[in-house]
Design a protein around this ligand. Structure first.
Ligand code: XMP
Length: 513
């Protein structure tokens, strides 16, 4: 490591990766480290600053994670956030107590001292807090920089050491001026140069993959979605022909999807791409099945069979590459080998590494979706691939309510194509996070020409979301909805009615099944 780095000591915060991401947004490289990393280890890094994250513990808990107290002797500025602030302040002589009134959610921060950490902020601003303990007595070593109605020491500075603490969370979007605080810390206090870019992530990751893989072969399940496409390109850049991609055609794909993936990755990027046509097996297993969970289970199991059938033909394969992103990784503890880390495997390939004895290569594990897109652009992936809406592993099977049939799939493919086409023509594709058509198992009466029709209903869903955990329905104009409806009813045989889904998530999920 040669460039400047800011280390984040992770005390089990749900926001550890978010802090890292905010630091990256300021063009500074961040590394998430164990909370108890020694000052000596830290001093071997080209360290410009340290951030102590929040965490679920109270500093008084018997098992509370502590840090090496010698980190306060390192000559680098330290920012403590929430628990990180309390722990540091306790070590440095302040008194922490359970707050009389706990502070969760939105709070109003009065900024009292704007000379450094809180420079360029208004006197009063919204901040987001989540704590049960707080500082009661600062002692003689600190200066108070900000307060809230219930928390007298919401931001502090140590008088001699380069330590700052904030009781609230500057990293979350609910603290709208939080990025200014991080900018003040990174640039004015730590003196970072800010010359790190997302493209550096790509080159460093390519190097790391080379080191991890050596001369062995890596298999990558390629779906054509953003994540697996970026993973495949990144690894291909690292090890070229040692990468073998497997694309499973489960018969539940959108129109032309398979051809598109083949032309991009085999013909354009010259990757070794093996296509497994397993569509008949999938459809046979799904025959007569209507329960959504059952469909998912069948598809998951069949995917493993299909994948194994091809993977077993590849000799010397030791690694399996996965497009796991940070939001796929649910953690209850910190990273870097901490046994408390509780990891949710990607739904589509869960089980594969164990069954085939693969080691995992997950180069995107620390990134958020929008960051993956930036990496994809840097790697030269086509725009429509980089900005593609997500598509679920079980494919159209979870968009056909009831039994999945070949006829139903054809109807849905045609409707889906029109929907996406019209959303693109209206210039809405990037604004909308995900758009989909759903085939409903009900027939309604219509009139076409002079004849009565009795055909299916297609529901359209379009949502806007940042993280796909919560979402709102997209306010597509009636004009565009009208065009979509007209085209589907006129062009797709078997559909005589189109409805628009105006539910938010929660309570409705994005997919209908
Ligand atoms: P829900 O429907 O849970 O979807 O609101 C949230 C996001 O996840 C996608 N999704 C899946 N992706 N396998 C996947 O790979 C699945 O089984 C699955 N189910 C939902 C969904 O399309 C949306 O982007």
């Amino acid at each position: 490591m040669s460039r400047e780095v800011v280390a984040i000591l992770d005390f089990g915060s749900q926001y550890g990766q978010l802090i890292a991401r905010r630091v990256r947004e300021q063009n500074v490289l961040s590394r998430i480290c164990r909370a108890d990393i020694s000052a000596e280890e830290l001093s071997e890094m080209p360290l410009k600053g340290l951030i102590l994250s929040g965490g679920p513990a109270s500093v008084y808990d018997k098992n509370a994670i502590k840090c090496d107290e010698n980190i306060f002797e390192l000559d680098v500025p330290i920012l403590g956030i929430c628990y990180g602030m309390q722990l540091a302040c306790q070590i440095l002589g302040a008194k922490i107590v359970p707050a009389e009134r706990r502070e969760y959610g939105r709070t109003n921060l009065s900024v009292l001292d704007k000379s450094d950490l809180l420079a360029n902020l208004p006197e009063s601003m919204t901040a987001w807090a989540s704590h049960g303990d707080q500082i009661e007595d600062l002692g003689h070593n600190f200066t108070k920089l900000a307060s809230t109605e219930t928390c007298p020491f919401a931001a502090v500075r140590h008088n001699k050491k380069k330590f700052f603490g904030v009781q609230f969370h500057p990293e979350v979007s609910h603290t709208p001026k939080g990025s200014q605080i991080l900018e003040n810390f990174l640039y004015d206090i730590c003196g970072c140069a800010g010359d790190w870019k997302m493209s550096d992530f790509a080159s460093e990751t390519i190097e790391a993959v080379r080191r991890q893989v050596g001369n062995d072969t890596v298999i990558c399940g390629l779906s054509g979605g953003v994540d697996s496409s970026v993973v495949a390109s990144l690894i291909h850049k690292a090890i070229g022909d040692q990468l073998v991609c497997i694309f499973v055609d489960n018969g539940l794909l959108r129109r032309n999807e398979r051809d598109h993936v083949v032309s991009t990755f085999r013909n354009h990027f010259h990757m070794d791409l093996r296509v497994v046509d397993w569509s008949e097996q999938f459809l046979a297993k799904l025959a007569g099945v209507t329960d959504p969970q059952e469909k998912r289970k069948i598809i998951g199991a069949e995917f493993i069979e299909a994948f194994k059938s091809q993977a077993s033909k590849i000799s010397n394969a030791k690694f399996l590459a996965q497009g796991t992103l940070y939001p796929d990784v649910i953690e209850s503890g910190s990273k870097d080998g901490n046994p408390a880390a509780n990891i949710k495997l990607h739904h589509n390939v869960g089980g594969l590494p164990e069954q085939l004895g693969f080691e995992l290569v997950e180069p995107l594990r620390d990134l958020f979706k929008d960051e993956v897109r930036v990496v994809g652009e840097y790697l030269g992936l086509p725009e429509e691939m980089v900005w593609r809406h997500p598509f679920p592993g079980p494919g159209l099977a979870v968009r056909i309510i009831g039994e999945v049939t070949k006829e139903g799939l054809e109807v849905l493919r045609a409707a889906d194509e029109i929907l996406i086409d019209e959303i693109k023509s209206a210039g809405l594709y990037r604004k909308i996070s995900q758009a989909l058509a759903v085939l409903l198992p009900i027939s309604t009466v219509g009139v076409m020409g002079d004849e009565r029709s009795y055909e299916n209903v297609v529901a359209i869903r379009a949502v806007e979301t940042v993280d796909f955990m919560t979402a709102d329905f997209s306010r597509i104009g009636y004009e565009v909805l009208g065009i979509i409806s007209n085209r589907i009813i006129n062009e797709v045989h078997g559909v005589n009615r189109v409805v628009y889904d105006v539910s938010s998530k929660p309570p409705a999920t994005i997919e209908w099944e």
